[in-house]
Design a protein. Structure first.
Length: 82
């Protein structure tokens, strides 16, 4: 399986993002710029991410990580573009 990593766009519907994560076949990780990692299939980590969204600066520079072409395809719409 191919691993993927991309910078989270930050200007998306976070609820929809988390719903799309649930459709992924494999684990998906959210890594803050400070290096904190949240497993997005975990309900507790989803609550933490939702609380972080109250402070958008805390999501700046965050990465989304996972494996598999299927999961990459599902989440590609949340990738930050230049």
């Amino acid at each position: 399986m191919n691993a993927f990593e991309f910078t989270y766009s930050g200007n998306t519907d976070l609820k929809q993002f988390l719903e799309d994560v649930q459709n992924c076949e494999n684990e998906v990780w959210f890594e803050t710029a400070q290096g904190d990692q949240l497993s997005l299939k975990s309900t507790l980590c989803q609550f933490i991410l939702m609380s972080l969204s109250e402070h958008p600066e805390s999501l700046s520079g965050a990465k989304v990580k996972g494996v598999g072409a299927h999961d990459r395809e599902i989440l590609s719409q949340y990738e930050k573009t230049i």
